[in-house]
Structure formats: structure tokens, C-alpha cells
Design a protein. Structure first.
Length: 271
């Protein structure tokens, strides 16, 4: 396995890749409010952690892995009323993703994996629309394990599964593990729990954080976040991405592609 950051390569180095065995990985996040304690780019940080953990697990499969810079401006309508949030139209993101895929295709890269950590409904809609549009061309494979859907979400934490998880214990733990210096930890430890389920509010037709009961742009139990939980969650996210890529490639590279290592994190993530 060789890991490359696309932005570090020259065009000749891209052309020299074993393109049949190259997977481009695109982290997708947002710039949006994450409570009074987490930075606006929390989702980007989580997506990049997921991508890098997935790369570590895919390293055993003999693939060329190309990590793209993370997308940080995406649909974020639920947080649009909070200062600092950048809300991009869904059609804009879909068009951008299809153009990114076209550029990768021209280079001969046939597989694009999306590591997404931003769950605004418009963002998910745009990602699925882009994946469908790219797949229609039949010359590029798109791997998008949507952790808000089965079977993937069931492997994440109890708070995540409850839907009360924006800037709560789930995301705060990952930031403590990944980039603790950017967490306003004193503020985080003083925040009261907000057990309201954002996913339930979305199903009920709510359109923004405040209306859903998140006046400070957080849901869940931020004060309970730990770096230990964050490390386990990052590994679980990496396992999800690696397994999705391995499964998607098995039909075309089945004779030489192994199975991505899987580590059962179920017990570790029940907290």
C-alpha cells in the first residue's frame, strides 16, 4: 500500500499510479456551529480522521490510496442562523462532486470513496444525488457508506444512534482524541445535557437547530466526552469506510483483493 495526498503529488506522479488499484478518498464536512465548545470545522476534522483510519485498514490490501483535501463548505441549513456557518446549496455540492469525479476519471482513477461526517439532510441528499449521477457514467465507482443508514450506524455509539449527537459526547470525544487543543473543554464540561433527538426533529419536519431545541447548537451530552471514546469511534469509522471500499472492489479485484481488517468495537462504543 502507498498513501498519497493528492495535493502533494505532481501530475506525472499521478499518471504513474497503478490506476486499476487506486482509490481516491474524499473527506466531507462542513463549516457550521457546533455549540459554544467545538470549532466550526468539527465535521471536517471527523471526516479526515475517518478517512485516515480507513486508509490504515486498507493498507493490507495492496491498493494505491489517494487522500483528497476535505470539503468544508457544504449544505448546512440547520445551522444557518448561527454566526460563522456557511450554508451552500445542495445543487452546488452535487455539481462540485460530479466535477471532482470527472477530474479523477480523466486521470484514470476509477474509484472514489466518500468519508462523510456531516448529517444535515440537504448534505446527505446532495451526496447521494452526486453518487447516483457519477454512477450513471459507469466509468467510475463511488463508495459512500452513509452512517445514518443501516448497517453502518448500528456500529457507532449509543448517543449517535439516539439522534441527540450534534456537538455532544460523540463528536466531542472525537475532537478530544484528534485535536484536543481546539476544544473549549472548560466550557464543554459545564454544558447541561440536551437529550432531544435531532434526527426525530428532522423526521417531524423541523428545519433548524433552534426549532429542534438546540438554542446553542448542540444536542446530546457534551460534558461526558472522552478521548478514549473518541479513539474507539475513529477506529469504528475507519473500519466502516475500509469495509465498504473492500466490498465495492471485490467484484472487479476479487482474485487479488483481500478483506479489510475488521475490529469489533461494539462493546467499546456502548457508553
Amino acid at each position: 500500500m502507498t498513501l498519497h495526498r493528492l495535493s502533494d503529488l505532481t501530475w506525472e506522479e499521478v499518471g504513474a499510479l497503478d490506476l486499476d488499484r487506486t482509490v481516491a478518498i474524499l473527506p466531507v464536512g462542513a463549516t457550521e456551529a457546533h455549540g459554544p465548545h467545538l470549532p466550526l470545522d468539527t465535521d471536517v476534522t471527523i471526516a479526515e480522521a475517518m478517512a485516515e483510519a480507513g486508509v490504515r485498514r486498507l493498507s493490507a490490501l495492496g491498493l494505491e490510496l489517494v487522500l483528497l483535501d476535505g470539503l468544508r463548505y457544504t449544505p448546512a441549513a440547520f445551522a444557518a442562523s448561527f454566526p460563522g456557518t456557511i450554508d451552500v446549496g445542495a445543487a452546488t455540492l452535487t455539481a462540485l462532486l460530479t466535477d471532482i469525479a470527472a477530474g479523477l476519471q480523466r486521470a484514470g482513477i476509477a474509484t472514489l470513496a466518500i468519508a462523510n461526517a456531516h448529517f444535515d439532510p440537504a448534505n446527505l441528499e446532495a451526496l447521494h444525488a452526486a453518487a447516483a449521477a457519477i454512477d450513471e457514467g459507469a466509468s467510475m465507482r463511488v463508495v459512500f457508506p452513509d452512517v445514518t443508514r443501516r448497517p453502518w450506524g448500528g456500529r457507532l455509539t449509543e448517543e449517535f444512534r439516539s439522534g441527540a449527537c450534534h456537538a455532544g459526547q460523540y463528536e466531542g470525544s472525537i475532537l478530544l482524541a484528534r485535536d484536543p487543543g481546539r476544544v473549549r473543554e472548560e466550557t464543554m464540561r459545564e454544558l447541561e445535557d440536551n437529550p432531544l433527538s435531532l434526527s426525530a426533529a428532522i423526521r417531524a419536519g423541523v428545519r433548524d437547530f433552534s426549532e429542534a431545541g438546540g438554542d446553542r447548537a448542540y444536542f446530546g451530552r457534551p460534558s461526558q466526552a472522552t478521548a478514549e471514546e473518541g479513539r474507539a469511534t475513529i477506529e469504528a469509522l475507519g473500519s466502516i469506510l475500509a469495509e465498504a471500499v473492500s466490498e465495492a472492489l471485490s467484484e472487479t479485484l476479487g482474485e487479488t483483493l483481500g478483506e479489510a481488517p475488521r475490529e469489533d468495537m461494539t462493546e467499546d462504543l456502548k457508553s
